[in-house]
Design a protein around this ligand. Structure first.
Ligand code: AP5
Length: 217
């Protein structure tokens, strides 16, 4: 049972690879971004606090996201966990270590998706999803086979994230550089960091991650 972190700036492909690992290996994807968007959509007290912070591209408080992860971690007890978008600060990294230790678990790998930030702006600003089933698309890289119709469920309704505009994306990148990238040395000291080329195709990135998880990377 593996516990891994996917680390990288906005648009690096964390969600894409985490969803694939969940589908192919039965691991559980724990995305704090998805949890917060669910809370915003449901109008919970956490969602009300998070909504404006996320719209600006800033980080939600450590206490809120660490509590969200703690609540969901037990669901991944027997299958292994993929931490997607968490931790994002040193404080969150320390909180995760405690949450795992309390359950007799520890981290196996911190997989850093190394990317070119400028290319990510167009990746992010072009993406959209099916409003019904959530299937992901991109204006350039992955259009539906029939324009305006979801390949998976046939819906004609699509949506975009409110924080996927250039100005907010640049703030998200700056937050990553200032608060998240500095946690890499914390994991390097623990010899957990493995780097993959996040600019390669989705399939090539997947193969690099699989090699690490299978012990060949
Ligand atoms: P979150 O939802 O975590 O967003 P993010 O980190 O900004 O990451 P994204 O979801 O934008 O990108 P991704 O790396 O998952 O890439 P994806 O696979 O989608 O966080 C949103 C907000 O919530 C934060 O700004 C913050 O406010 C708050 N938050 C969340 N967690 C928090 C925490 N721990 N602490 C505090 N606040 C928190 O791919 C992007 C696009 O590229 C897609 O279109 C995809 O199809 C395409 N693509 C993926 N891989 C490739 C590839 N190899 N080649 C070509 N295209 C690719």
């Amino acid at each position: 049972m593996l516990n891994i972190i996917l680390l990288g700036p906005p648009g690096a492909g964390k969600g894409t690879q985490a969803a694939r690992l969940q589908a192919t290996r039965g691991m559980v994807q724990l995305s704090t971004g998805d949890m917060l968007r669910e809370a915003v959509a449901a109008g919970t007290p956490v969602g009300i606090k998070a909504k404006e912070v996320m719209a600006r591209g800033e980080l939600v408080s450590d206490a809120i996201v660490s509590a969200l992860i703690g609540e969901r971690l037990d669901a991944a007890q027997s299958s292994g966990a993929i931490f997607d978008g968490f931790p994002r600060t040193k404080h969150q990294a320390e909180a995760l270590e405690i949450l795992l230790a309390e359950r007799g678990r520890s981290l196996d790998h911190v997989i850093e998706l190394a990317v070119d930030e400028e290319a990510l702006v167009s990746r992010i600003c072009g993406r959209f999803t099916c409003a019904r089933c959530g299937a992901p698309y991109h204006e350039v890289y992955k259009r539906p086979q029939v324009d305006g119709v979801c390949d998976v469920c046939g819906s004609t309704d699509f949506k975009r994230r409110p924080d996927d505009n250039e100005q907010t994306v640049r703030t998200r990148m700056a937050e990553y550089r200032a608060k998240t990238a500095p946690i890499l040395p914390y994991y390097e000291e623990r010899r957990l960091v493995r780097r993959v080329d996040g600019m390669a195709s989705v399939e090539e990135v997947a193969a690099q991650i699989d090699a690490i998880l299978d012990g060949a990377g």
